[in-house]
Design a protein around this ligand. Structure first.
Ligand code: TXA
Ligand code: MG
Length: 350
């Protein structure tokens, strides 16, 4: 496609195992040096693994797009190691950003703000705003600090695939195509950061995440709004299909008391397909087909953590049809449902 850079392959990847509880500074220095030299380093964050490059080096950032197969009109998040770095790269830091950074940084909340000229256009897809966050993962913070430069990083998956929450997912998608992968085990949250546009009043949640609308409103003492599904994308990149497994995914929403019945009807309807059902503990049943329990409705964090791994695992097992139980869209489950809606082939009301 003309709006994507062409792909390059065939070079070796250095894999460094770094424990978040006992950080090996020598390994961090090796990875940081790769970043400083314009290379690509996959690193863990508390949400998902990121595919990082020096955000101030346009050629390094271009390689992210090549390796990911990412459309160049989809801008990247810039990761910083200190709240003060916000002032280095952002033209104007509004009161809301100061309050929210104080409260939620380091953590899974990304701000969209007016950028300074030193942030290259390739990072922001030519927009005059930049997405910026300070992750809370120790290894991410150590890497950014050691590189002493902000790191631009999308999720470390091939464009359109489920985001990586384990290093096996990264290796599946990117082995041989990046300079270094830091393996720090499974990520804690499992879905990407909340993206909040602070250039508008009221602020707009462009992508829901672990930091919920209610948490942001409590901190600010005022209302924020969701970007509705029908709105024009704020970043052109948001129009693309995401998180999709190769199988067809049917998301069953609505009345919980009717979910089991609806799933059984669908299994009947799709007879002949290789079907997998994904349900919560609460709706476990004998469906007569492969059934995966993703977690409990009482513990949405468990579901968030397992979400992308479940989609990838079902693909590997060769299922052609996935029937997925939807959740009530509140709190973290709102963000989980946002990912599932984007991954779904079809949404079916129970
Ligand atoms: O948790 C996360 O946010 C992970 C980790 C690695 O930090 N990163 C991540 O990046 O999910 P990515 O590239 O997969 O998603 C970034 C999102 C995209 O939806 C993009 O369109 C949006 O942020 N975005 C980036 N810059 C923007 C801007 N200037 N205006 C509006 N949206 C922007
Ligand atoms: Mg992504």
């Amino acid at each position: 496609m003309s709006h994507r850079f062409s792909a390059v392959r065939n070079h070796k990847t250095l894999i460094l195992r770094v424990s978040p509880r006992d950080i090996d500074q020598d390994k961090i220095r090796v990875a940081a040096e790769i970043i400083r030299n314009g290379g690509l380093v996959v690193f863990p964050t508390e949400t998902v693994y990121g595919l990082g490059a020096n955000a101030l080096n346009p050629n390094a950032v271009k390689r992210i797009f090549i390796v990911k197969g990412r459309p160049i009109d989809n801008p990247l998040i810039v990761h910083v190691a200190k709240i003060e770095w916000l002032y280095r790269y952002v033209e104007y830091v509004p009161k809301e950003a100061r309050i929210l950074a104080e409260k939620f940084w380091p953590g899974p909340l990304t701000f969209v703000l007016k950028k300074k000229d030193m942030i290259p256009d390739v990072v922001t897809a030519g927009l005059d705003t930049v997405a910026i966050r300070m992750p809370s993962h120790n290894v991410a913070l150590a890497l950014i600090s050691s590189a002493n430069t902000p790191i631009a990083a999308p999720s470390a998956n091939k464009s359109g695939r489920p985001s990586p929450t384990r290093v096996e997912h990264v290796i599946e998608d990117l082995d041989g195509e990046v300079d270094c992968i830091i393996d720090s085990g499974e990520t804690l949250i499992g879905i990407e950061s909340t993206v909040l546009d602070l250039t508008e009043d009221p602020p707009i949640i462009l992508r829901p995440g672990y930091i919920t609308k209610e948490m942001i409103e409590d901190a600010l003492g005022k209302e924020v709004i969701y970007l509705s599904y029908s709105d024009r994308p704020k970043s052109p990149g948001m129009k693309y299909r995401h998180y999709a497994p190769r199988a067809k995914l049917y998301l069953v929403t609505g009345n919980e008391s009717k979910i089991k019945q609806k799933i059984k009807e669908l299994i009947h309807e799709f007879e002949g397909e290789k079907i997998a059902v994904v349900v919560t503990e609460e709706n476990r049943d004998d469906y007569g087909v492969y059934t995966c329990v993703i977690g409990s409705r009482m513990n949405p964090l468990e579901i968030a953590r397992n979400l992308f791994d479940t989609l990838r695992t079902l693909d590997k097992k060769g299922f052609t049809t996935i029937i997925f139980e939807g959740l009530e869209e509140k709190g973290l489950a709102y963000a989980i449902m946002n990912r599932l809606r984007k991954a779904a082939t079809k949404i079916i009301e129970a």
